[in-house]
Design a protein. Structure first.
Lengths: 917, 110
């Protein structure tokens, strides 16, 4: 039966006989007309359905009304009827309404049962909807750019390095000229600015972008225009605001174009405002991944455009030319890299193993989060299944209690379909209410999930409840209704009325079939629960392994705070140097401070990687990678963060512009490049062996710090004295690394108590300078494991809920079993069985089901564990400890769940039990 | 005293039947055309109102004229009764009065 015919069946029978053909023809004609006019088939279908429902209802109620005002008989009253309960002459509509009213009455009469089912479904459906809304917003929705599947990002890399860099400005022009695979290419880089001139100064995220960026993305500003090529090459002070900043700081003023915005104490002219929901750059990629509040031209200087072999910190986004695939673009990029080095690079840098990688933009944005999101979706799906199994058990036992009622209905002419429909309508109503509540819970839960996420979720602003999420909720609620109701419906419809009427009156034991169904449901619940428990156990173990990693620092009692000096007020390197030297001196003198230092990077993060060369290298070390993570430090940095000095000395403020250039290396670098030797006194330099910068002497070796993060392998690292950088570099605004320092202050007192005092010292030097990023070193170290912690907490939480639901299931089934075997238990007790044997009997029954669930579920858990490999740290997917712990937890909880009804059974009074009929 | 004002969709249905008999689909497309696409009569609503109009004596069902295209099924056409014609004309006069007033007040060009 097609949908049009189904709608026509809503009308009264006699009306259908007269007008059915016309109605059918008219509905089809309307659908075709709307389709031809470009209307949505879904909307047209909904409107036709509403029209049919309303018209059918009006017809019926007007007939009822006219019957009331004209109480005399009508011709249709004499139409034959076979059953009062299920008159064959009634249309679907009338009996549906009847069943609905009856179902609502039944549910009102059992408020506890209804509340239990509705709340269970609300929680389970809500969790599913919350996770799906995140999946929908992050993974399923296209990026908010024109034809986003045609956008790619490009990275450079040097030879053997696993992690790609950004693009060097020197390579961008050459690449653009040689590549044929792209319609347009644009560069961008995430920076921060001090925003002033609008109430409180604050630091905001910004992006330096090529003039053609918006053209590449295919998005136009909502107000004003994009940058011109002259503004980009001419380094003009122009800016485009994001919609958020425009509303927050400029009150959404439509005449904002032409006004000034003060960034780093310099006035930029606003030339445009981006539309709402435009986000760029996106969270997710490895670098240049902070959504910008304001955009300024990238304006590469001549120095940057000639900096071959360095400054790999820009990202490139490009639109593929028509017909070109990302794979083809990647092949072309491989071919171009050799040409770039040969044709553009200076002689001393020939042979540099440059690589260019191409990746689809969408993959770059969401690639890291895809796996965990789908894992969470699968987990909540399993929780819903277990919850539905619980409800199915409840509905089955409830249906069993209504055997007599169903038998009477059948005897009076209600067909099997009608009886099944009754049960399904009951579960449908419960699922509808549960789904609606679940939607509300999901709204709240989604906000909590995004806020609690350890790393900012990519595309978080696009996570909303749209038609797809509502459709998902509807489908899930419908499936839940079917899963909960189908078995009880089949059971109720399957009994012969004669048998049911005879048996229902005598209180005999439940049918074997029903026992088997209940047992099967409980077994399935435990099978699902062990899968989640094993996954949760693996992630929890992985998290603890990560937390056990020695970060190489002493994180206790250290506070960190950041400042960044705007070029508007600190024009020269000398100004920058003076500020930080004085600030550090002031902070050092604060009461309670034992050591104070500063660095260009926070501990456990790497911004800068450089190519270096070793003086008189050993043969073995020539084959190594020759790139190193590098940081600049000042003051008593190493003492402040608590690293171990293994050989030589730490850097100090005595290492200045006028003293020999020095460097400190980590243990890994020392062992790799000077195995078995003392590296103190040896020299390294930035650049290649054939062309390098001045030598720097190694003055110390420190213990390895997990500088790239707790989970990352330890790599060779170096530290240079910030004070040895020339003023020209300190004052540079190209990258501005040296203008932004992270203070690290170790104290004898609780470190957070020092924050007001440190802020006071910053204000004393510059009242308008914001201090940001205030956190303890413990928090910084903890943040490195935050993803693992989040994954473990969520999945562990779902596993716990699943186990609880399964325990409720087995406890409930045993309680039903005990209540039905009360006579049998009474007989046993009367014949001399002790309480312990009754407890054993009942518990054995329950634990048999649990064991069957384990037997089925463990292989499933092993198979599912492989999917977790990428998320685990130093934990194998088949970790015996994790699996054993999960199984043990399940057995213990199940045993306790079985014990309660078992103990109750042992307390049955034989006299009472034998009297029950 | 004239006939009471008609609901807009009744007026449009009667107007569609004013020049010759039509079946339901024909009425739907005529109403769509004569209102410039502003009034879409959905099937359930149309046939319900045709039934009410028939109850009021404003239209009657007739057999399809010979050779009429109906698109299949038993053809059922609708014919405007004299009462229906009077009601439609009365409504048209009433609306024309409003148009005249609007013209007099220079809301509409003459």
């Amino acid at each position: 039966m097609d949908w049009v015919a189904a709608l026509v069946r809503l009308y009264p029978r006699d009306y259908r006989a007269r007008h059915g053909a016309e109605l059918t023809e008219a509905m089809r004609a309307v659908a075709a007309r709307e389709r031809a006019a470009g209307g949505s088939a879904v909307v047209t279908g909904v409107r036709l359905a509403l029209d049919a429902v309303v018209s059918a209802w009006v017809l019926r109620t007007s007939r009822l009304a006219s019957r009331a005002s004209h109480p005399g008989p009508r011709i249709s009253d004499f139409a034959p009827r076979t059953s009062r309960l299920a008159p064959r002459g009634d249309s679907i509509m009338q009996s549906l309404v009847q069943d609905l009213r009856y179902a609502l009455r039944l549910l009102r009469r059992a408020p506890l049962f209804s509340a239990l089912v509705v709340s269970t479904l609300a929680l389970a459906i809500g969790a599913n909807t919350a996770i799906f809304s995140v999946v929908n917003g992050v993974l399923l929705r296209a990026l908010p750019y024109h034809d986003p599947d045609r956008l790619v990002v490009l990275y450079e890399g040097i030879g053997s390095i696993n992690q790609p860099f950004g693009f060097s400005p020197a390579d961008i022009g050459g690449f653009r000229d040689r590549a044929r695979s792209y319609e347009a290419v644009a560069a961008f880089r995430s920076v921060e600015y001090e925003l002033s001139g609008v109430d409180q100064p604050e630091r905001i995220s910004a992006a330096r972008v090529s003039a053609g960026l918006m053209e590449v993305l295919g998005v136009s500003p909502a107000l004003g225009r994009t940058f011109t090529a002259e503004e980009d090459t001419g380094r003009q002070l122009v800016a485009i605001l994001s919609d958020g900043l425009w509303r927050r700081k400029f009150g959404g003023d439509p005449s904002v174009v032409g006004r000034a915005v003060v960034l780093d104490r310099r006035a930029y002219t606003i030339v445009g405002v981006m539309p709402p929901r435009f986000t760029f750059p996106n969270r997710g990629p490895r670098l240049n991944n902070v959504p910008a509040d304001v955009y300024v031209p990238i304006s590469f200087t001549q120095g940057e455009l000639r900096a071959f072999g360095s400054m790999y910190n820009n990202s490139l986004v490009a639109r593929l030319a028509p017909g070109v695939t990302p794979a083809q673009a990647a092949t072309e990029a491989d071919a171009i890299t050799g040409r770039l080095v040969r044709e553009l690079y200076p002689a001393e840098l020939q042979g540099i193993p440059l690589q260019i990688r191409v990746a689809p933009l969408a993959e770059d944005v969401v690639g890291n989060i895809r796996r965990i999101l789908f894992l969470l979706l699968a987990a909540v799906g399993v929780v819903l299944l277990i919850a539905c199994a619980d409800i199915a058990c409840l509905m089955l036992t409830r249906a069993a209690a209504r055997e007599r009622e169903m038998a009477i209905r059948s005897a009076l002419g209600a067909g099997r379909a009608r009886v099944m429909r009754l049960i399904l309508i009951e579960t449908g109503v419960l699922a509808l209410i549960g789904g609606a509540l679940g939607l509300a819970l999901a709204w709240w839960g989604q906000r909590v999930l995004i806020a609690a996420a350890p790393i900012p979720v990519p595309r978080a602003a696009e996570i909303t409840f749209d038609v797809r999420v509502l459709a998902f909720t509807s489908i899930v609620a419908t499936l839940a209704a079917l899963i909960c109701g189908l078995l009880p419906a089949l059971e109720s419809a399957g009994r012969e009325s004669g048998t049911a009427l005879k048996e229902a009156g005598r209180g005999a034991s439940a049918g074997t079939r029903q026992r088997r169904i209940l047992a099967g449901l409980v077994t399935a619940q435990f099978a699902c629960a062990i899968v989640l428990l094993a996954a949760g156990g693996l992630l929890i173990k992985s998290f603890f392994r990560l937390m056990a990693i020695d970060p190489g620092l002493d994180a206790g009692s250290v506070i960190s705070a950041s400042t960044n000096l705007p070029s508007g007020s600190y024009r020269s390197g000398a100004d920058v140097r003076r500020f930080y030297v004085e600030l550090l001196e002031r902070v050092r003198r604060l009461p309670g401070v034992t050591a104070a230092g500063a660095a260009t990077d926070l501990p456990l993060s790497v911004r800068e990687r450089r190519v270096f060369t070793v003086e008189n290298p050993s043969e073995a070390s020539r084959a190594l990678g020759h790139t190193v993570a590098n940081d600049w430090v000042m003051g008593s940095y190493f003492e402040a963060v608590g690293v171990r000095i293994l050989r030589g000395r730490a850097l100090s403020d005595a290492d200045t512009l006028t003293s020999e250039p020095v460097v400190v290396v980590n243990e890994t670098l020392a062992k790799q490049y000077w195995p078995g030797e003392d590296p103190v006194g040896r020299r390294i330099a930035w650049g290649l062996e054939s062309n390098h910068q001045p030598w720097m002497r190694v003055v110390g070796v420190i213990g390895d710090i997990k500088q790239a993060g707790l989970a990352a392998p330890t790599e060779p690292e170096t530290w240079q004295p910030w004070l040895q950088m020339p003023d020209q570099i300190l004052g540079s605004t190209i990258v501005g690394v040296f203008r932004g320092m992270k203070l690290m202050v170790r104290a004898q007192v609780p470190p957070t108590t020092l924050v007001p005092a440190i802020r006071q010292e910053v204000r004393a030097l510059d009242p308008a300078l914001p201090m940001t990023g205030v956190q303890t070193l413990e928090e910084i170290v903890g943040a490195s494991a935050s993803s693992q912690r989040f994954n473990a907490a969520l999945l562990g939480g779902f596993a716990g809920v699943a186990l609880l639901l399964a325990a409720v299931g087995v406890g409930g089934v045993l309680a039903i079993s005990v209540s039905r075997r009360t006579q049998e238990i009474g007989i046993r007790l009367a014949l001399g069985a002790d309480a312990l044997s009754v407890i054993r009997m009942v518990t054995r029954h329950g634990m048999t089901l649990v064991a069957a669930g384990l037997a089925i579920g463990l292989p499933m858990a092993f198979a599912a564990a492989r999917l977790l490999r990428a998320l685990l740290f130093e934990t194998a997917p088949y970790d015996a400890v994790a699996f054993a712990a999960a199984a043990a937890a399940l057995i213990v909880v199940a045993f306790l769940a079985c014990a309660v009804p078992a103990i109750r059974a042992s307390r049955v009074s034989p006299v009472t039990a034998l009297r029950i009929d | 005293m004239g006939l009471p004002a008609l609901p807009p969709h009744w007026f449009q249905i009667l107007l569609a039947l004013a020049d010759h008999d039509r079946h339901g689909l024909g009425v739907m497309s005529d109403v769509l055309e004569q209102t410039g696409g502003r009034m879409k009569l959905w099937p359930g609503m149309l046939y319900r109102n045709l039934a009410k109009l028939a109850d009021e004596g404003l239209v009657v069902e007739v057999d399809a004229p010979a050779g009429a295209e109906t698109g299949g099924g038993r053809p059922r056409f609708y014919h405007l009764t004299p009462l229906g014609r009077r009601a439609c004309a009365s409504e048209a006069e009433r609306l024309a009065g409003f148009v005249a007033t609007a013209r007099r007040k220079k809301l509409l060009k003459a």
